[in-house]
Each structure stands twice: as C-alpha cells, then as structure tokens.
Design a protein. Sequence first.
Length: 226
Amino acid sequence: MTRSAHAFVGAHATFSPGSTATSHQPETSNQKPATSVSVRVLGLGNVLHQDDAVGPYVVARLIAQYDVPPEVEVVDLGTPGLDMVPYVSDVAHLIVIDTVHATGEPGELRLYDRDGILAVAPQPRLGPHDPSLKSALLTAEFAGNAPADVLLVGVIPGGVKNAVGLTPGVQRAVSAALAQVVVALAKGGHAPVPKAAPTQPDLWWERAAANHRDAEAQRTHREINS
C-alpha cells in the first residue's frame, strides 16, 4: 500500500533495546518519545522524496547492524512537523540525521554541533511548513529541557523529487553518515555493539513502492488483455 507524502507525518519507526525493531506506517502522529532514555538518535525525512529519506535509511542501517545500550533511543521520525519538539527534549545527548541545504556535492556530509545549529541555522527540513531543528531546539531551551549536546549529521541531497530511493551520491554517503553516528555515540560513552548476525535494513517504503509498481503493471496487463 502506498500513501501520499502528507500521510507520513509522525514517527515511522521506533527501536528500543530488548524488543524487535519494527517499521510501520503510523495511523496518527501522536506517538510519544520514551522517557527513560538519555540519548536520542533521530532520522528525519520523507521517504517519498528521494534523498530527503537519508535519515530513515541511516536509522534503518543502525537498527539492523548494531545493538544500542538501553539508555539510547533510535527513532525514524519521518517528517514530524510540530511533533519534533518532544523528541529533542528531556535528553542529555541528541543526534539527528537529515538532509541540509549547503554548498557542496551530493552526498557530502556537514556536521553541526548545538552552537553551530543555533548560530547559522541550517534548514534541514525541505517543507516551509515544517519547523526547523533550530526552532525545535529553541522551544526546548525556552522550556528548560533542551539537550546539552547536539550533533546534526547533515547530508547534501542530490534530488528531492517525488520518488522512492536515494540518488547514487547520497546512497554512497549512508555508510559515512552511519559511521559518524556510531562514533558520536561511542564518544559519549554509549557505544553501540555490532550485531553478531546483522540483518538487512527494513526499508518498508521500498517494498511498498515495489508492490505498487507490481500492482500497476498487473492492472495494465489486465486492461490490455481484456
């Protein structure tokens, strides 16, 4: 089943240690972040818009290849809109993976710490109606529950058209972005452990797109032969 871009508001998937990671298309955007964690890793992006999906791709790889400590929450947040604020609040450390508007070649990484985000205000969200990471952090600051340590792993996109799948340059950047996340977690004392038997990333949006293409092909075949 495929859904419009507007249907992907809210968290795509959440992984907590001790449970099986499941990717899903949420019915609502009311999912709440866990409250017993001190570190949060957020993958942002619309999986229907090419390279804007780099955050979910990196998070899917992290979940498939590593076990994270119990104090770390890994979330495929999708395009959260106003729901981003709770996810940047009440943790000591925040890591975000997303596209960024920056000068450079598609797939190049740009790393921003908390001060860099608040000072230069990179705009990782592509839709003008979505609040930026900076806006969410400032809201959390005002409430007194912003993280002290923030890292934005930004990837320069090559294309953000209405299509499923990363462009070649950004596809190659997924491993580098994942490595930055793993290093950041380890430096903070929350090192993920490589799984003894890593699994394939659960890229449910690619399966949904493939199923849709197959269904359309079958429908066209029936129409031609009817």
